[in-house]
Design a protein around this ligand. Structure first.
Ligand SMILES: NC(=O)c1ccc[n+]([C@@H]2O[C@H](COP(=O)([O-])OP(=O)(O)OC[C@H]3O[C@@H](n4cnc5c(N)ncnc54)[C@H](OP(=O)(O)O)[C@@H]3O)[C@@H](O)[C@H]2O)c1
Length: 332
């Protein structure tokens, strides 16, 4: 194996300029780790696009191979979590942000980043879900934990055609919630309804620029994937006792709000961090994604992209133009 070379999408800085694209790297350049994986699939998350841009908050070290999700076959293992020949998923912690990720023919990672693809999911289904599906499921669990059930009223999902948004709409719809999807892609209204949305709103309809600290309480809960002004308006529009989850920042990382939604309506704002849960939490939620939270028709949500073509997906996701999930086909 030492003589093998790794084909990868490589991000680096040369003379202060970002350089990125397909390269061959020596096998020895792979990071340390107990598990060596022949990567079959990866994906393009928003975070991967930021890593490909060398964004300092995401690309925590350069050079870097992005790809926060990888699925493939174990070819060497010193971890008790998986054995040679197992189909595993690798994600979480700094995989694809500091430790080289899945946009490569081979990946090496600590055993704690790896888990065997759960029974009930194929390797394709696991990567289609990936971090996006895991984050959506985490957000929905959080709403349930706060008592926001389907009988409590409509639940808002922002960034609805994006990776996390797509799965949030689908999962909530499948669980019987009235899902109100917010999108900038008004040509995707029918698609969002086919996923499970009962209503679709434009971003403008959920962005209030007045300084009123509270608006009429419309939402029992919300899965916000965009942040910024839309999250600010959502907090002011949530019913008493409601819960809003926040995982993303595509619309802005700042949050200008008042305490009124919290102290006059008891609204909860729940942060979602999919990268650092415990191994036990990760395995429990993936088991749910393979059983009681299993979503049908996952393949219909995927657009396949060859590793050598991943640049086009980076451009599309940064422009907010992606619908559903871009799956990177590495092995082919
Ligand atoms: N905290 C965590 O653990 C975690 C995990 C996964 C993802 N995330 C974050 O969650 C967000 C979504 O991730 P993703 O991978 O699902 O990204 P994505 O596939 O690019 O989806 C983001 C969606 O947001 C909407 N959008 C884009 N630009 C916007 C803007 N300026 N204003 C309002 N909406 C906009 C678009 O959907 P519409 O056109 O339908 O509006 C877009 O498809 C990202 O910020 C990502 O970093 C966080």
């Amino acid at each position: 194996m030492d003589s093998a070379r790794v084909d990868c999408f490589f991000v680096n800085k040369q003379d202060g300029e970002l350089v990125r694209g397909m390269q061959q790297q020596p096998f020895d350049a792979l990071p340390e780790g107990e598990v060596l994986l022949e990567v079959h699939y990866s994906a393009v998350n928003y975070k991967d696009a930021l890593a490909a841009e060398g964004h300092p908050g995401v690309a925590l070290g350069l050079p870097l191979v992005p790809g926060i999700d990888a699925v493939g076959r174990v070819i060497e293992s010193r971890s008790e979590r998986c054995a040679v020949g197992d189909q595993v998923m690798v994600s979480g912690a700094d995989f694809g942000t500091r430790s080289w990720g899945g946009w490569a023919t081979l990946a090496r990672a600590p055993g704690s980043y790896c888990f065997v693809v759960p029974q009930g999911l194929t390797d394709r289904e696991s990567v289609i879900l990936g971090t996006a599906g895991f984050t959506a499921a985490q957000s929905v669990e959080r709403l349930q934990h706060h008592g926001v059930g389907p009988d409590k009223g409509p639940v808002l999902v922002t960034g609805a055609t994006g990776g996390v948004g797509t799965f949030a709409v689908k999962l909530l719809g499948q669980l019987g919630y009235q899902v109100v999807a917010v999108t900038g892609k008004l040509d995707q209204v029918d698609w969002l309804k086919s996923l499970g949305a009962t209503r679709v709103l434009s971003r403008e309809e959920v962005s209030d620029s007045s300084d009123r600290p509270l608006l009429s309480g419309k939402w029992a809960g919300a899965v916000d994937t965009v942040g910024g002004g839309i999250l600010e308006t959502t907090l002011r529009s949530t019913q008493p006792g409601g819960c809003v989850t926040a995982c993303g920042l595509v619309a802005g990382h700042q949050l200008n709000t008042t305490v009124y939604p919290f102290i006059l309506r008891g609204v909860s704002l729940q942060g979602i961090d999919s990268a650092n849960p415990t191994v036990e939490f990760r395995e429990r939620l993936w088991h749910r994604l393979a059983t009681d939270l299993k979503m049908s028709g996952l393949e219909d949500l995927a657009t396949n992209v060859a590793l050598a073509e991943v640049e086009s997906s980076v451009t599309a996701i940064l422009a907010g133009k992606v619908r559903g999930r871009h799956v990177v086909e590495v092995k082919s």
